[in-house]
Design a protein around this ligand. Structure first.
Ligand code: DGY
Length: 421
């Protein structure tokens, strides 16, 4: 049995007053997509606290609509790189990139499930213009030629930092040559974290952002890392469809129409990422103009985004069936037969519970309920097998051992919102 009291306790422990950190020392600030999933967790037992999470996040939105991937609400020396390295002059100190846009989906779900319906409607009415601006930012600044497929400028923006899908595009990014002290390695074993070479390159990309004054037209030409992340594309599309429904409900017809056109554009364009050979949708390197042929859990997210047709969904389901057979604890973040598979290293093999939730949701939507149920059962087993509270940043697909940060907020939120159903 998983312990939901422990899940609630994890969120309370990580509550810094208005926002929830992913975990106390490794990630001591508010992270964008973590926070959206955390809000869904809060909403299962404290609706007001859930809305507050959203309000705090949107309090850090830039005037151009960007919702940063980190809001540095206070100072902390347990994390690097901090706001001085990012160099953004925002109201709330922040990074200058975003993260997979889960928020519209979270807010729509919170509204649907609210016991305090009138209060929830007031919250949504107040947040909706900001949500609209956020989605406009994606479609305007990250899809400058209206291709239907938005760009991603940093592996941190994908949320799947050291995914092997980024190995080749990241290899062309030069590394910084100045010295710095990584703080993550004070909390987590190096074997479970990105390499120093990857960090050098991540930091160079932060410098590129700063030197180009965060200007989208300059960055489109200057960023040495520019990919179509199929994970972001899928989550954006699903969240936009939820946003359209909210816009209609609250009388924003014009906005709903224009987002409908964006979704239609994505649906027309996404076939470019389909690979029959791999039985999934691949991310794409925009600079070399080539597909990134690594099968990761991001390549399954078009199911969550409702972007696959029935035939493609069938092929993806057969891929997932084999994938499930290869691991004791589903779903490893990359296909276990990949030569780059590493069961304990961050996004190169471990299981991430919020991704399991998304993939299972997608499978169910396409009629593959049994596969979805197997993923859900496996997710429970991860929490049961892990030590302590059971809520870890990620898990070994082979032993279920918890890895990365402990007492971690999003697995706790996923347990509350999904495993409790
Ligand atoms: C990190 O610092 O590891 C984060 O994933 C960046 O968002």
């Amino acid at each position: 049995m998983i312990d939901l009291d422990a899940a609630r306790a994890v969120l309370r422990t990580n509550d810094l007053g208005g926002y929830t950190v992913p975990t106390r020392t490794l990630y001591p600030f508010q992270w964008n997509w973590d926070s959206a999933i955390i809000a869904l967790g809060w909403h299962c037992f404290d609706e007001q606290r859930a809305w507050q999470e959203a309000r705090t996040m949107f309090g850090g939105q830039w005037s151009n609509g960007l919702l940063p991937h980190i809001l540095f609400h206070h100072e902390s020396d347990s994390y690097f790189p901090g706001p001085d390295i990012w160099g953004a002059k925002s109201r709330v100190p922040s990074s200058s990139i975003s993260q997979p846009p889960v928020w519209a989906l979270a807010i729509a779900r919170m509204l649907r499930r609210s016991a305090a319906a009138a209060a929830a409607r007031d919250e949504v009415r107040a947040l909706l213009p900001q949500l609209v601006d956020y989605h406009r930012w994606w479609y305007r600044d990250r899809d400058r030629h209206d291709s239907g497929l938005v760009d991603c400028y940093h592996p941190w923006e994908s949320g799947m930092d050291n995914s092997p899908a980024w190995d080749e595009p990241l290899a062309r990014v030069p590394g910084v040559e100045w010295e710095y002290q990584r703080r993550d390695l004070g909390h987590v074993d190096q074997a479970q974290r990105p390499t120093w070479q990857e960090y050098d390159r991540y930091l160079h990309l932060v410098e590129v952002q700063r030197k180009n004054k965060f200007d989208p037209s300059r960055l489109a030409a200057a960023s040495p890392f520019r990919v179509i992340d199929i994970g972001i594309v899928s989550i954006l599309s699903r969240a936009t469809s939820e946003l359209i429904a909210l816009c209609r409900q609250f009388g924003l017809e014009e906005e709903a129409e224009s987002f409908q056109a964006e979704i239609a554009r994505t649906e027309r364009a996404v076939g470019r990422c389909w690979s029959g050979e791999h039985r999934c949708f691949l991310s794409w390197d925009q600079i070399s103009n080539e597909p990134l042929a690594e099968i990761t859990t991001a390549t399954l997210l078009p199911l969550f985004g409702r972007l696959a047709n029935d035939k493609q969904a069938g092929q993806m389901a057969s891929l997932i069936e084999e994938w499930l057979a290869a691991n004791r604890f589903p779903l490893s973040s990359i296909h276990p037969e990949s030569p780059r598979y590493d069961p304990e290293c961050y996004w190169r093999g471990p299981v991430w519970l919020h991704i399991n939730w998304m993939v299972a949701d997608g499978l169910r939507a396409y009629g593959y309920s049994q596969l979805a149920e197997r993923i859900k059962e496996g997710t429970r087993k991860c929490i049961e097998a892990a030590a302590g509270s059971g809520y870890f940043e990620y898990y070994s697909p082979e032993t279920g051992q918890g890895c990365g940060g402990g007492d971690f907020s999003w697995p706790a939120a996923v347990a509350l919102l999904w495993l409790n159903e």
